[in-house]
Design a protein around this ligand. Structure first.
Ligand code: KIV
Length: 269
């Protein structure tokens, strides 16, 4: 199983690692076969699995349930799990809720925020819980931002983001995740912290790792698709491969060509 020190070693050696979101055992197994290095059980499951409009309704019990399923399906990848909205607002909540997801199989927790999280990061780390801090566009604060917008576009706001990264790294953050920031900012922050892997999503090509939401890269997002998403399914199998399989199944059931004799059991006489 890939460990945090393996990922830090990758960074030290200038080798990137891959990360995808995952929420269930079958997809986790497929990612094991594909040798994906790390898996994020993201609170994006609020949208991808639960059909909500945002990540806000997701609970820590949801995160633990999906983390356990993914861990059972994948024994290879490094697993990090989101603490959802308002589950780390106090130190005690952060500790108790981290305990829940770590006991479900996470190797690290991810929290959204900045310098104000420093004490939480320090306390969790002291208690044996490695922390990844998610900065830039932080979806749990969508109502503060007033929408999903690119962050740190000016020198001034980029410097503020860098100061936030510095504060959480000083407090012990073992990993950073940058979402929706200019490529120059992703590059600068990755270079600034030699011992702290930086995962990017919409943060350019020069972060230490990349993450995508599984449904986005499989072409299974039917609402707005962000500029930073690449549909790998389209390149491998055609834009609508999964929808086409559902259509073919539906048609085969209706016209009676499925199940065929090879899918059918016969009585032994
Ligand atoms: O919840 C999630 O899937 C995430 C990614 C967008 C990085 O935090």
């Amino acid at each position: 199983m890939i460990s945090l020190s393996d990922l830090k070693k990758r960074k030290a050696e200038g080798r990137k690692f891959s990360c995808l979101t995952c929420y269930d055992a079958s997809m986790a197994k497929a990612m094991e076969v594909a040798e994906v290095d790390s898996i994020l059980i993201g609170d994006s499951l609020g949208m991808t699995i639960q059909g909500c409009d945002s990540t806000l309704p997701v609970t820590v019990e949801d995160m633990a349930y999906h983390t356990a399923a993914v861990r059972r399906g994948n024994k290879h990848a490094f697993i990090l799990t989101d603490l959802p909205f308002m589950t780390y607002a106090t130190l005690n909540d952060a500790l108790q809720n981290s305990k829940t997801v770590m006991q479900a199989g996470a190797q690290m927790v991810k929290l959204e925020g900045g310098a104000w999280l420093a004490e939480t990061v320090e306390v969790l780390t002291r208690n044996g819980i490695p922390v990844c801090v998610h900065l830039g566009l932080t979806p749990q604060s969508v109502h503060v931002f007033g929408g999903y917008k690119v962050q740190a576009r000016t020198r001034e706001t980029a410097d503020k983001l860098i100061a936030d990264c510095q504060a959480v790294v000083d407090a012990g953050a073992a990993m950073l995740l940058l979402e929706c920031v200019p490529a120059q900012v992703g590059k600068e922050i990755s270079a600034l912290f030699p011992n702290t892997p930086v995962i990017g999503i919409g943060a350019g090509a020069e972060t230490d790792a990349q993450v995508l939401v599984q449904q986005d890269m499989l072409g299974l997002t039917f609402s707005h698709v962000a500029k930073f998403v690449r549909n790998f399914m389209k390149e491998q199998a055609g834009e609508t491969a999964i929808v086409d399989a559902f259509k073919a199944y539906h048609a085969a059931v209706l016209d009676g060509t499925f199940p065929a004799p090879e899918h059918t059991f016969q009585i032994e006489l």
